[in-house]
Design a binder for this molecule. Structure first.
Ligand code: SAH
Length: 565
Protein backbone atom coordinates (compact mmCIF):
# COMPACT_ATOMS: atom_id res chain seq x y z
CA UNK A 1 0.00 0.00 0.00
CA UNK A 2 1.17 3.54 -0.77
CA UNK A 3 0.35 6.11 1.92
CA UNK A 4 -0.41 9.63 0.65
CA UNK A 5 0.20 12.57 2.97
CA UNK A 6 -0.28 16.26 2.30
CA UNK A 7 -0.52 19.53 4.19
CA UNK A 8 -1.64 22.23 1.74
CA UNK A 9 -4.47 22.51 -0.77
CA UNK A 10 -2.06 22.01 -3.67
CA UNK A 11 -0.56 18.97 -1.95
CA UNK A 12 -4.01 17.54 -1.28
CA UNK A 13 -4.89 17.97 -4.96
CA UNK A 14 -1.75 16.04 -5.94
CA UNK A 15 -2.60 13.31 -3.44
CA UNK A 16 -6.10 13.04 -4.84
CA UNK A 17 -4.72 12.66 -8.35
CA UNK A 18 -2.47 9.81 -7.29
CA UNK A 19 -5.28 8.22 -5.30
CA UNK A 20 -7.70 8.31 -8.20
CA UNK A 21 -5.10 6.97 -10.66
CA UNK A 22 -4.13 4.04 -8.42
CA UNK A 23 -7.25 3.34 -6.38
CA UNK A 24 -6.34 -0.14 -5.10
CA UNK A 25 -2.72 0.77 -4.31
CA UNK A 26 -3.11 3.93 -2.28
CA UNK A 27 -4.53 5.20 1.01
CA UNK A 28 -4.92 8.89 1.85
CA UNK A 29 -3.85 9.82 5.40
CA UNK A 30 -5.75 12.81 6.80
CA UNK A 31 -5.22 14.80 9.95
CA UNK A 32 -2.15 16.46 11.45
CA UNK A 33 0.86 15.84 9.23
CA UNK A 34 3.16 14.41 11.93
CA UNK A 35 0.58 11.81 12.94
CA UNK A 36 -0.26 11.01 9.36
CA UNK A 37 3.37 10.37 8.44
CA UNK A 38 3.92 8.18 11.51
CA UNK A 39 0.82 6.10 10.86
CA UNK A 40 1.61 5.72 7.17
CA UNK A 41 5.21 4.76 8.01
CA UNK A 42 3.93 1.95 10.23
CA UNK A 43 1.22 0.72 7.87
CA UNK A 44 2.52 1.18 4.29
CA UNK A 45 5.34 -0.17 2.16
CA UNK A 46 5.68 3.20 0.46
CA UNK A 47 4.85 6.84 1.18
CA UNK A 48 4.31 9.74 -1.16
CA UNK A 49 4.55 12.96 0.86
CA UNK A 50 3.39 16.20 -0.70
CA UNK A 51 5.65 18.02 1.75
CA UNK A 52 9.08 19.67 1.89
CA UNK A 53 11.94 17.17 2.07
CA UNK A 54 13.16 18.87 5.25
CA UNK A 55 9.86 18.35 7.01
CA UNK A 56 9.74 14.69 6.02
CA UNK A 57 13.36 14.09 7.05
CA UNK A 58 12.62 15.44 10.54
CA UNK A 59 9.45 13.40 10.88
CA UNK A 60 10.82 10.05 9.74
CA UNK A 61 14.37 10.27 11.14
CA UNK A 62 13.40 8.78 14.51
CA UNK A 63 11.48 5.98 12.75
CA UNK A 64 14.16 4.75 10.34
CA UNK A 65 15.55 1.32 11.18
CA UNK A 66 17.01 -0.64 8.27
CA UNK A 67 17.03 -0.06 4.54
CA UNK A 68 15.80 -3.59 3.97
CA UNK A 69 12.61 -2.97 5.91
CA UNK A 70 12.01 0.80 5.88
CA UNK A 71 9.34 2.00 3.49
CA UNK A 72 10.32 3.82 0.33
CA UNK A 73 9.55 7.53 0.61
CA UNK A 74 8.95 9.98 -2.21
CA UNK A 75 8.46 13.72 -1.72
CA UNK A 76 6.61 15.97 -4.17
CA UNK A 77 7.11 19.72 -3.93
CA UNK A 78 4.31 22.25 -3.56
CA UNK A 79 4.41 23.16 -7.25
CA UNK A 80 4.27 19.50 -8.33
CA UNK A 81 7.43 20.07 -10.36
CA UNK A 82 9.67 17.45 -8.78
CA UNK A 83 9.22 13.97 -7.35
CA UNK A 84 12.18 13.25 -5.08
CA UNK A 85 13.27 9.80 -4.00
CA UNK A 86 14.12 10.45 -0.36
CA UNK A 87 14.56 7.16 1.47
CA UNK A 88 14.55 3.49 0.42
CA UNK A 89 15.51 4.06 -3.19
CA UNK A 90 16.04 0.40 -3.93
CA UNK A 91 14.87 -1.74 -1.01
CA UNK A 92 11.75 0.36 -0.57
CA UNK A 93 11.23 0.91 -4.28
CA UNK A 94 11.28 4.70 -3.91
CA UNK A 95 13.33 5.21 -7.08
CA UNK A 96 10.92 3.29 -9.27
CA UNK A 97 7.97 4.95 -7.50
CA UNK A 98 9.55 8.36 -8.11
CA UNK A 99 9.47 7.68 -11.84
CA UNK A 100 5.89 6.45 -11.69
CA UNK A 101 4.74 9.46 -9.68
CA UNK A 102 6.72 11.73 -12.01
CA UNK A 103 5.00 10.25 -15.06
CA UNK A 104 1.61 10.57 -13.45
CA UNK A 105 1.96 14.17 -12.26
CA UNK A 106 4.23 15.46 -15.01
CA UNK A 107 6.92 16.04 -12.36
CA UNK A 108 10.65 15.65 -12.96
CA UNK A 109 11.87 12.54 -11.13
CA UNK A 110 14.84 13.31 -8.89
CA UNK A 111 16.90 10.25 -7.98
CA UNK A 112 20.29 10.57 -6.35
CA UNK A 113 21.23 6.88 -6.12
CA UNK A 114 24.33 6.06 -8.16
CA UNK A 115 22.94 3.26 -10.32
CA UNK A 116 20.00 5.38 -11.34
CA UNK A 117 22.11 8.10 -12.81
CA UNK A 118 22.84 5.23 -15.18
CA UNK A 119 19.42 5.84 -16.68
CA UNK A 120 17.60 2.53 -16.79
CA UNK A 121 14.57 2.85 -19.05
CA UNK A 122 11.13 2.40 -17.55
CA UNK A 123 9.84 -1.02 -18.58
CA UNK A 124 6.51 0.51 -19.39
CA UNK A 125 8.10 3.04 -21.75
CA UNK A 126 9.50 0.55 -24.24
CA UNK A 127 6.53 0.76 -26.54
CA UNK A 128 5.30 -2.78 -25.82
CA UNK A 129 2.39 -3.74 -23.61
CA UNK A 130 3.84 -4.90 -20.32
CA UNK A 131 2.46 -7.20 -17.62
CA UNK A 132 3.72 -8.43 -14.28
CA UNK A 133 6.04 -7.20 -11.58
CA UNK A 134 7.12 -3.93 -13.21
CA UNK A 135 8.09 -2.34 -9.90
CA UNK A 136 10.12 -5.33 -8.71
CA UNK A 137 11.96 -5.91 -11.97
CA UNK A 138 12.62 -2.17 -12.42
CA UNK A 139 14.04 -2.10 -8.93
CA UNK A 140 16.28 -5.09 -9.69
CA UNK A 141 17.49 -3.40 -12.90
CA UNK A 142 18.14 -0.23 -10.93
CA UNK A 143 20.16 -2.28 -8.49
CA UNK A 144 22.30 -3.45 -11.39
CA UNK A 145 20.64 -6.84 -11.74
CA UNK A 146 21.00 -9.60 -12.35
CA UNK A 147 17.72 -9.81 -14.26
CA UNK A 148 17.39 -12.72 -16.67
CA UNK A 149 16.23 -12.01 -20.20
CA UNK A 150 14.12 -14.67 -21.93
CA UNK A 151 13.67 -13.23 -25.40
CA UNK A 152 11.59 -15.71 -27.37
CA UNK A 153 11.30 -13.08 -30.09
CA UNK A 154 14.08 -10.76 -31.20
CA UNK A 155 12.18 -7.46 -31.12
CA UNK A 156 14.31 -4.36 -30.65
CA UNK A 157 14.81 -3.32 -27.05
CA UNK A 158 16.88 -0.46 -25.67
CA UNK A 159 19.94 -1.47 -23.67
CA UNK A 160 18.90 -2.62 -20.21
CA UNK A 161 21.89 -2.61 -17.89
CA UNK A 162 21.67 -5.36 -15.32
CA UNK A 163 20.26 -7.88 -17.78
CA UNK A 164 21.99 -11.18 -17.62
CA UNK A 165 22.16 -13.46 -20.63
CA UNK A 166 22.50 -16.55 -18.44
CA UNK A 167 19.42 -18.53 -17.35
CA UNK A 168 17.86 -17.19 -14.21
CA UNK A 169 18.26 -18.92 -10.92
CA UNK A 170 14.99 -20.06 -9.36
CA UNK A 171 13.13 -17.05 -8.00
CA UNK A 172 15.34 -14.45 -9.70
CA UNK A 173 13.89 -11.44 -11.48
CA UNK A 174 13.30 -11.91 -15.19
CA UNK A 175 12.02 -10.20 -18.33
CA UNK A 176 10.27 -12.37 -20.89
CA UNK A 177 9.64 -11.19 -24.45
CA UNK A 178 6.89 -13.34 -25.89
CA UNK A 179 3.60 -13.36 -27.76
CA UNK A 180 2.56 -16.61 -26.08
CA UNK A 181 -0.17 -16.45 -23.46
CA UNK A 182 2.18 -17.33 -20.61
CA UNK A 183 2.99 -15.72 -17.29
CA UNK A 184 3.84 -13.43 -15.86
CA UNK A 185 5.32 -15.55 -13.10
CA UNK A 186 6.30 -14.04 -9.77
CA UNK A 187 9.16 -11.52 -10.11
CA UNK A 188 8.69 -11.54 -13.87
CA UNK A 189 7.75 -8.91 -16.41
CA UNK A 190 6.31 -10.00 -19.73
CA UNK A 191 6.74 -7.70 -22.71
CA UNK A 192 4.38 -8.26 -25.64
CA UNK A 193 5.93 -7.33 -28.98
CA UNK A 194 3.50 -6.58 -31.83
CA UNK A 195 4.32 -9.85 -33.57
CA UNK A 196 0.94 -11.28 -34.56
CA UNK A 197 -1.07 -10.49 -37.66
CA UNK A 198 -4.61 -11.84 -37.76
CA UNK A 199 -6.08 -12.30 -41.22
CA UNK A 200 -9.87 -12.14 -41.25
CA UNK A 201 -12.57 -12.76 -43.79
CA UNK A 202 -16.27 -12.13 -43.26
CA UNK A 203 -19.48 -12.40 -45.24
CA UNK A 204 -21.51 -9.26 -45.61
CA UNK A 205 -23.22 -8.40 -42.34
CA UNK A 206 -21.15 -10.73 -40.12
CA UNK A 207 -21.74 -9.54 -36.54
CA UNK A 208 -18.83 -7.96 -34.63
CA UNK A 209 -19.21 -10.49 -31.84
CA UNK A 210 -18.87 -13.37 -34.26
CA UNK A 211 -15.66 -11.98 -35.80
CA UNK A 212 -14.17 -10.97 -32.46
CA UNK A 213 -15.17 -14.25 -30.79
CA UNK A 214 -13.53 -16.19 -33.59
CA UNK A 215 -10.29 -14.22 -33.30
CA UNK A 216 -10.21 -14.55 -29.52
CA UNK A 217 -10.92 -18.31 -29.67
CA UNK A 218 -8.21 -18.79 -32.28
CA UNK A 219 -5.65 -16.93 -30.17
CA UNK A 220 -6.65 -18.72 -26.98
CA UNK A 221 -6.58 -22.19 -28.56
CA UNK A 222 -3.13 -21.49 -29.99
CA UNK A 223 -1.86 -20.18 -26.66
CA UNK A 224 -1.26 -16.67 -28.00
CA UNK A 225 -1.73 -13.31 -26.30
CA UNK A 226 -4.17 -10.80 -27.80
CA UNK A 227 -1.80 -8.09 -26.52
CA UNK A 228 0.70 -9.07 -29.22
CA UNK A 229 -1.75 -8.59 -32.07
CA UNK A 230 -0.33 -5.82 -34.25
CA UNK A 231 -3.12 -5.61 -36.80
CA UNK A 232 -6.07 -7.28 -38.48
CA UNK A 233 -5.68 -7.80 -42.21
CA UNK A 234 -8.22 -8.47 -44.93
CA UNK A 235 -9.01 -7.87 -48.58
CA UNK A 236 -9.73 -4.33 -49.89
CA UNK A 237 -13.32 -5.28 -50.67
CA UNK A 238 -13.95 -5.83 -46.94
CA UNK A 239 -12.37 -2.56 -45.80
CA UNK A 240 -15.77 -1.23 -44.75
CA UNK A 241 -17.23 -4.45 -43.34
CA UNK A 242 -18.65 -3.40 -39.95
CA UNK A 243 -17.99 -6.75 -38.25
CA UNK A 244 -14.28 -6.61 -39.12
CA UNK A 245 -13.92 -2.89 -38.35
CA UNK A 246 -15.66 -3.39 -35.02
CA UNK A 247 -13.42 -6.33 -34.10
CA UNK A 248 -10.30 -4.30 -34.91
CA UNK A 249 -11.61 -1.42 -32.84
CA UNK A 250 -12.41 -3.63 -29.86
CA UNK A 251 -8.95 -5.21 -30.07
CA UNK A 252 -7.44 -1.71 -30.31
CA UNK A 253 -5.49 -2.47 -33.49
CA UNK A 254 -5.56 -1.05 -37.03
CA UNK A 255 -7.17 -2.85 -39.96
CA UNK A 256 -4.92 -3.21 -43.01
CA UNK A 257 -6.33 -4.23 -46.38
CA UNK A 258 -4.80 -5.59 -49.58
CA UNK A 259 -6.02 -5.82 -53.18
CA UNK A 260 -7.53 -9.19 -54.10
CA UNK A 261 -4.99 -9.58 -56.90
CA UNK A 262 -2.12 -9.32 -54.41
CA UNK A 263 -3.72 -11.85 -52.05
CA UNK A 264 -4.37 -14.24 -54.93
CA UNK A 265 -0.59 -14.49 -55.42
CA UNK A 266 0.09 -15.66 -51.87
CA UNK A 267 0.65 -19.41 -51.47
CA UNK A 268 -1.71 -20.68 -48.73
CA UNK A 269 -2.48 -24.14 -47.34
CA UNK A 270 -6.28 -23.80 -47.52
CA UNK A 271 -7.53 -22.02 -50.64
CA UNK A 272 -11.22 -22.30 -51.53
CA UNK A 273 -13.66 -21.39 -54.25
CA UNK A 274 -16.12 -19.32 -52.24
CA UNK A 275 -13.91 -16.23 -51.73
CA UNK A 276 -12.60 -16.59 -55.28
CA UNK A 277 -16.13 -16.12 -56.56
CA UNK A 278 -17.04 -13.41 -54.04
CA UNK A 279 -13.94 -11.17 -53.95
CA UNK A 280 -11.50 -12.58 -56.51
CA UNK A 281 -8.92 -14.40 -54.37
CA UNK A 282 -8.93 -18.05 -53.30
CA UNK A 283 -7.88 -17.02 -49.79
CA UNK A 284 -8.65 -13.97 -47.67
CA UNK A 285 -7.77 -14.79 -44.05
CA UNK A 286 -4.62 -16.84 -44.67
CA UNK A 287 -3.41 -14.75 -47.58
CA UNK A 288 -3.94 -11.41 -45.81
CA UNK A 289 -2.11 -12.69 -42.74
CA UNK A 290 0.76 -14.11 -44.79
CA UNK A 291 1.12 -11.47 -47.48
CA UNK A 292 4.00 -9.67 -45.70
CA UNK A 293 5.68 -12.94 -44.72
CA UNK A 294 5.87 -14.82 -41.46
CA UNK A 295 4.95 -18.13 -39.92
CA UNK A 296 1.37 -19.43 -40.07
CA UNK A 297 0.49 -20.34 -36.47
CA UNK A 298 -3.26 -20.80 -36.90
CA UNK A 299 -4.44 -21.99 -40.33
CA UNK A 300 -7.84 -20.81 -41.53
CA UNK A 301 -10.64 -21.55 -39.13
CA UNK A 302 -14.31 -20.69 -39.28
CA UNK A 303 -16.54 -19.23 -36.64
CA UNK A 304 -18.76 -21.60 -34.71
CA UNK A 305 -22.01 -19.97 -35.85
CA UNK A 306 -24.11 -21.76 -38.48
CA UNK A 307 -23.82 -20.66 -41.17
CA UNK A 308 -20.29 -19.49 -40.33
CA UNK A 309 -19.89 -15.89 -41.46
CA UNK A 310 -16.24 -15.30 -40.52
CA UNK A 311 -12.81 -16.87 -41.00
CA UNK A 312 -9.48 -16.07 -39.47
CA UNK A 313 -5.83 -17.12 -39.55
CA UNK A 314 -2.90 -16.04 -37.37
CA UNK A 315 0.63 -15.38 -38.51
CA UNK A 316 3.72 -14.50 -36.50
CA UNK A 317 5.58 -11.90 -38.52
CA UNK A 318 9.33 -11.64 -38.38
CA UNK A 319 10.71 -9.26 -35.77
CA UNK A 320 11.04 -5.80 -37.21
CA UNK A 321 14.12 -3.82 -36.38
CA UNK A 322 13.88 -0.09 -35.98
CA UNK A 323 15.96 2.57 -37.66
CA UNK A 324 15.61 6.05 -36.23
CA UNK A 325 17.26 8.72 -38.36
CA UNK A 326 17.91 11.45 -35.84
CA UNK A 327 18.90 15.07 -36.45
CA UNK A 328 20.93 16.44 -33.53
CA UNK A 329 20.47 20.11 -34.37
CA UNK A 330 23.30 22.56 -34.99
CA UNK A 331 25.16 21.97 -31.74
CA UNK A 332 23.61 23.49 -28.63
CA UNK A 333 22.02 20.93 -26.32
CA UNK A 334 18.81 22.93 -26.01
CA UNK A 335 18.36 22.84 -29.78
CA UNK A 336 18.30 19.03 -29.64
CA UNK A 337 14.62 18.09 -29.62
CA UNK A 338 13.11 16.02 -26.80
CA UNK A 339 12.06 13.50 -29.42
CA UNK A 340 15.63 13.14 -30.63
CA UNK A 341 16.71 12.59 -27.04
CA UNK A 342 14.10 9.87 -26.58
CA UNK A 343 15.21 8.10 -29.73
CA UNK A 344 18.85 8.20 -28.66
CA UNK A 345 17.90 6.61 -25.36
CA UNK A 346 15.74 4.03 -27.03
CA UNK A 347 18.52 2.79 -29.31
CA UNK A 348 20.63 -0.24 -28.55
CA UNK A 349 22.97 0.61 -31.43
CA UNK A 350 24.12 4.10 -32.37
CA UNK A 351 25.71 4.78 -35.75
CA UNK A 352 27.32 8.07 -36.63
CA UNK A 353 30.27 10.26 -37.44
CA UNK A 354 32.64 10.31 -34.44
CA UNK A 355 32.38 14.07 -33.90
CA UNK A 356 28.56 13.89 -33.76
CA UNK A 357 28.69 10.94 -31.38
CA UNK A 358 30.80 13.09 -29.05
CA UNK A 359 28.05 15.71 -29.15
CA UNK A 360 25.53 13.37 -27.47
CA UNK A 361 27.56 10.60 -25.84
CA UNK A 362 26.43 11.57 -22.36
CA UNK A 363 22.79 10.98 -23.34
CA UNK A 364 23.25 7.35 -24.31
CA UNK A 365 22.19 4.59 -22.01
CA UNK A 366 24.98 2.47 -20.64
CA UNK A 367 25.36 -0.59 -22.79
CA UNK A 368 24.52 1.21 -26.05
CA UNK A 369 26.73 -0.19 -28.80
CA UNK A 370 28.38 2.78 -30.53
CA UNK A 371 29.56 2.30 -34.11
CA UNK A 372 31.39 5.49 -34.98
CA UNK A 373 33.40 6.21 -38.05
CA UNK A 374 35.33 9.08 -39.53
CA UNK A 375 34.57 11.61 -42.26
CA UNK A 376 33.92 10.11 -45.66
CA UNK A 377 32.59 6.74 -44.50
CA UNK A 378 28.98 7.67 -45.37
CA UNK A 379 28.22 4.59 -47.41
CA UNK A 380 29.59 2.28 -44.78
CA UNK A 381 27.61 4.07 -42.06
CA UNK A 382 24.39 3.81 -44.05
CA UNK A 383 24.95 0.09 -44.71
CA UNK A 384 25.85 -0.65 -41.10
CA UNK A 385 22.80 1.14 -39.74
CA UNK A 386 20.43 -0.70 -42.05
CA UNK A 387 22.12 -4.07 -41.48
CA UNK A 388 21.84 -3.68 -37.69
CA UNK A 389 18.15 -2.79 -37.98
CA UNK A 390 17.58 -5.83 -40.16
CA UNK A 391 19.10 -7.94 -37.40
CA UNK A 392 16.26 -6.73 -35.21
CA UNK A 393 18.15 -4.02 -33.34
CA UNK A 394 16.87 -0.58 -32.35
CA UNK A 395 19.28 1.63 -34.27
CA UNK A 396 19.75 5.39 -34.17
CA UNK A 397 21.60 6.88 -37.12
CA UNK A 398 22.60 10.41 -36.27
CA UNK A 399 23.51 13.51 -38.21
CA UNK A 400 24.07 17.14 -37.24
CA UNK A 401 21.38 19.66 -38.03
CA UNK A 402 18.71 17.69 -39.82
CA UNK A 403 19.81 14.18 -40.71
CA UNK A 404 17.91 14.43 -43.98
CA UNK A 405 19.71 17.58 -45.20
CA UNK A 406 23.00 16.78 -46.98
CA UNK A 407 23.30 13.90 -44.54
CA UNK A 408 22.71 10.26 -43.76
CA UNK A 409 18.96 9.83 -44.25
CA UNK A 410 19.01 9.46 -48.02
CA UNK A 411 21.91 6.98 -48.34
CA UNK A 412 20.43 4.93 -45.49
CA UNK A 413 16.90 4.86 -46.86
CA UNK A 414 18.23 4.04 -50.31
CA UNK A 415 19.67 0.89 -48.69
CA UNK A 416 16.65 0.04 -46.55
CA UNK A 417 13.93 -2.42 -47.51
CA UNK A 418 10.41 -2.55 -46.10
CA UNK A 419 11.31 -5.20 -43.52
CA UNK A 420 12.37 -2.58 -40.98
CA UNK A 421 10.52 0.29 -39.35
CA UNK A 422 11.98 3.69 -40.09
CA UNK A 423 11.37 6.78 -37.98
CA UNK A 424 12.70 10.23 -38.87
CA UNK A 425 13.31 12.87 -36.21
CA UNK A 426 13.73 16.35 -37.71
CA UNK A 427 16.49 18.60 -36.47
CA UNK A 428 17.26 22.31 -36.75
CA UNK A 429 19.31 22.54 -39.92
CA UNK A 430 22.21 24.99 -40.25
CA UNK A 431 20.28 27.36 -42.52
CA UNK A 432 17.59 27.83 -39.88
CA UNK A 433 20.04 28.09 -36.99
CA UNK A 434 21.99 30.72 -38.95
CA UNK A 435 18.81 32.51 -40.03
CA UNK A 436 17.72 32.96 -36.42
CA UNK A 437 21.14 34.44 -35.57
CA UNK A 438 21.15 36.80 -38.55
CA UNK A 439 17.59 38.05 -38.14
CA UNK A 440 14.96 37.02 -40.67
CA UNK A 441 16.81 36.35 -43.93
CA UNK A 442 14.52 33.46 -44.94
CA UNK A 443 11.30 35.44 -44.66
CA UNK A 444 10.48 34.87 -48.31
CA UNK A 445 11.23 32.10 -50.82
CA UNK A 446 14.65 30.60 -50.32
CA UNK A 447 16.82 27.70 -51.32
CA UNK A 448 19.81 25.77 -49.97
CA UNK A 449 22.68 24.87 -52.26
CA UNK A 450 25.68 22.79 -51.32
CA UNK A 451 28.87 23.97 -52.98
CA UNK A 452 30.59 20.64 -52.48
CA UNK A 453 31.42 19.25 -55.90
CA UNK A 454 32.67 16.00 -54.38
CA UNK A 455 29.52 14.10 -55.35
CA UNK A 456 27.83 16.64 -57.65
CA UNK A 457 29.46 17.87 -60.88
CA UNK A 458 30.19 21.60 -60.79
CA UNK A 459 28.08 22.20 -63.92
CA UNK A 460 25.00 20.99 -62.03
CA UNK A 461 25.76 23.20 -59.04
CA UNK A 462 26.37 26.20 -61.29
CA UNK A 463 23.09 25.64 -63.15
CA UNK A 464 21.22 25.65 -59.82
CA UNK A 465 22.98 28.80 -58.58
CA UNK A 466 22.09 30.50 -61.86
CA UNK A 467 18.45 29.45 -61.54
CA UNK A 468 18.32 30.74 -57.96
CA UNK A 469 19.89 34.01 -59.12
CA UNK A 470 17.33 34.45 -61.87
CA UNK A 471 14.43 33.50 -59.63
CA UNK A 472 15.55 36.04 -56.99
CA UNK A 473 15.63 33.39 -54.25
CA UNK A 474 17.47 33.92 -50.98
CA UNK A 475 20.30 31.37 -51.08
CA UNK A 476 22.01 29.56 -48.22
CA UNK A 477 25.28 27.91 -49.20
CA UNK A 478 26.21 24.76 -47.29
CA UNK A 479 29.74 23.32 -47.56
CA UNK A 480 30.80 26.73 -48.91
CA UNK A 481 34.57 26.41 -48.85
CA UNK A 482 37.31 24.07 -47.70
CA UNK A 483 41.07 24.02 -48.03
CA UNK A 484 40.96 22.10 -51.28
CA UNK A 485 37.84 23.86 -52.63
CA UNK A 486 38.35 27.59 -52.68
CA UNK A 487 37.14 28.87 -56.06
CA UNK A 488 33.54 27.65 -55.93
CA UNK A 489 32.22 30.25 -53.46
CA UNK A 490 33.60 33.32 -55.35
CA UNK A 491 32.22 31.85 -58.57
CA UNK A 492 28.77 31.29 -57.06
CA UNK A 493 28.72 34.79 -55.56
CA UNK A 494 29.68 36.27 -58.93
CA UNK A 495 26.69 34.54 -60.53
CA UNK A 496 24.35 35.98 -57.92
CA UNK A 497 25.98 39.42 -58.34
CA UNK A 498 24.91 39.32 -61.97
CA UNK A 499 21.29 39.66 -60.76
CA UNK A 500 21.62 41.54 -57.43
CA UNK A 501 23.06 44.84 -56.23
CA UNK A 502 26.61 44.83 -54.81
CA UNK A 503 25.04 46.10 -51.54
CA UNK A 504 22.82 42.99 -51.18
CA UNK A 505 23.18 41.78 -47.57
CA UNK A 506 25.11 38.55 -47.01
CA UNK A 507 25.10 36.77 -43.65
CA UNK A 508 28.04 34.62 -42.64
CA UNK A 509 27.53 32.34 -39.64
CA UNK A 510 30.24 30.07 -38.32
CA UNK A 511 29.56 27.33 -35.76
CA UNK A 512 25.96 28.35 -35.17
CA UNK A 513 24.90 27.51 -31.60
CA UNK A 514 28.30 26.06 -30.76
CA UNK A 515 30.59 27.55 -28.11
CA UNK A 516 32.70 29.48 -30.63
CA UNK A 517 29.78 30.80 -32.66
CA UNK A 518 30.43 33.90 -34.73
CA UNK A 519 28.41 35.79 -37.28
CA UNK A 520 28.54 38.92 -39.34
CA UNK A 521 26.51 40.68 -41.96
CA UNK A 522 28.35 42.00 -44.97
CA UNK A 523 27.44 42.56 -48.63
CA UNK A 524 27.81 40.75 -51.90
CA UNK A 525 30.63 43.12 -52.85
CA UNK A 526 32.19 43.15 -49.39
CA UNK A 527 32.39 39.42 -48.56
CA UNK A 528 35.92 38.11 -48.25
CA UNK A 529 35.72 34.41 -49.15
CA UNK A 530 38.90 33.74 -47.17
CA UNK A 531 36.88 34.28 -43.97
CA UNK A 532 34.60 31.37 -44.85
CA UNK A 533 35.27 27.71 -44.04
CA UNK A 534 33.47 24.37 -43.71
CA UNK A 535 32.00 25.29 -40.33
CA UNK A 536 30.15 28.14 -41.99
CA UNK A 537 26.95 28.79 -43.88
CA UNK A 538 26.63 31.82 -46.13
CA UNK A 539 23.17 33.31 -46.70
CA UNK A 540 22.78 35.74 -49.59
CA UNK A 541 19.70 37.98 -49.55
CA UNK A 542 17.37 38.56 -52.50
CA UNK A 543 16.79 41.97 -54.13
CA UNK A 544 14.42 42.97 -51.32
CA UNK A 545 16.60 41.89 -48.37
CA UNK A 546 17.79 44.77 -46.17
CA UNK A 547 20.00 45.23 -43.16
CA UNK A 548 17.81 46.81 -40.51
CA UNK A 549 19.21 47.69 -37.08
CA UNK A 550 22.09 45.30 -37.59
CA UNK A 551 19.82 42.43 -38.63
CA UNK A 552 19.29 40.82 -41.99
CA UNK A 553 15.62 41.02 -42.99
CA UNK A 554 13.93 39.67 -46.11
CA UNK A 555 10.48 41.29 -46.25
CA UNK A 556 7.44 39.14 -46.77
CA UNK A 557 5.91 41.92 -48.85
CA UNK A 558 3.05 42.70 -46.51
CA UNK A 559 1.04 45.62 -47.81
CA UNK A 560 0.75 47.15 -44.32
CA UNK A 561 4.52 47.52 -44.20
CA UNK A 562 4.73 49.57 -47.38
CA UNK A 563 5.73 53.22 -47.03
CA UNK A 564 2.67 55.51 -47.14
CA UNK A 565 2.66 57.35 -50.43
N1 SAH B 1 22.86 17.98 -41.95
C1 SAH B 1 23.50 19.26 -41.72
C2 SAH B 1 24.28 19.72 -42.92
C3 SAH B 1 25.44 18.86 -43.27
S1 SAH B 1 26.44 19.53 -44.58
C4 SAH B 1 22.42 20.28 -41.35
O1 SAH B 1 21.24 20.00 -41.53
O2 SAH B 1 22.78 21.34 -40.87
C5 SAH B 1 27.73 20.29 -43.65
C6 SAH B 1 27.67 21.80 -43.78
O3 SAH B 1 26.59 22.29 -43.00
C7 SAH B 1 28.87 22.53 -43.27
O4 SAH B 1 29.90 22.62 -44.21
C8 SAH B 1 28.30 23.91 -42.97
O5 SAH B 1 28.16 24.63 -44.18
C9 SAH B 1 26.91 23.57 -42.51
N2 SAH B 1 26.78 23.54 -41.03
C10 SAH B 1 26.44 22.49 -40.29
N3 SAH B 1 26.36 22.83 -38.99
C11 SAH B 1 26.64 24.14 -38.91
C12 SAH B 1 26.71 25.09 -37.85
N4 SAH B 1 26.44 24.73 -36.58
N5 SAH B 1 27.01 26.36 -38.14
C13 SAH B 1 27.25 26.74 -39.41
N6 SAH B 1 27.22 25.88 -40.45
C14 SAH B 1 26.91 24.60 -40.22
Amino acid sequence: MIGLISATAAGAAGARRVASAWPGRTRVYEGPVGDAVRRAFAECEQLVCFLATGAVVRLVAPLLADKATDPGIVCVDEGGRFAVSLVGGHGGGANALTHEVGDLLGAEPVVTTATDAAGVPGLDTLGFPVEGDVAGVSRALLDGGPVALHAELAWPLPPLPGLSPTPAAEGAYAIRVTDRAVGPAAREVVLRPPSLVVGVGASKGAPVDEVLGLVEDALRDAGLSAKSVAELATVDAKAGEPGILGAAERLGVPLVTYPAAELAEVAVPNPSDAPLAAVGTPSVAEAAALVRGGELLVPKRKSAARPAMATCAVVRRPARGRLAVVGLGPGARDLLTPRAKDELRRASVLVGLDQYVDQIRDLLRPGTRVLESGLGAEEERARTAVAEARRGQAVALIGSGDAGVYAMASPALAEASDDIDVVGVPGVTAALAAGAILGAPLGHDHVSISLSDLHTPWEVIERRVRAAAEADLVVTFYNPRSRGRDWQLPKALAILAGHREPATPVGVVRNASRPDESSRITTLAGLDPATVDMMTVVTVGNTATREIAGRMVTPRGYRWQEEPR
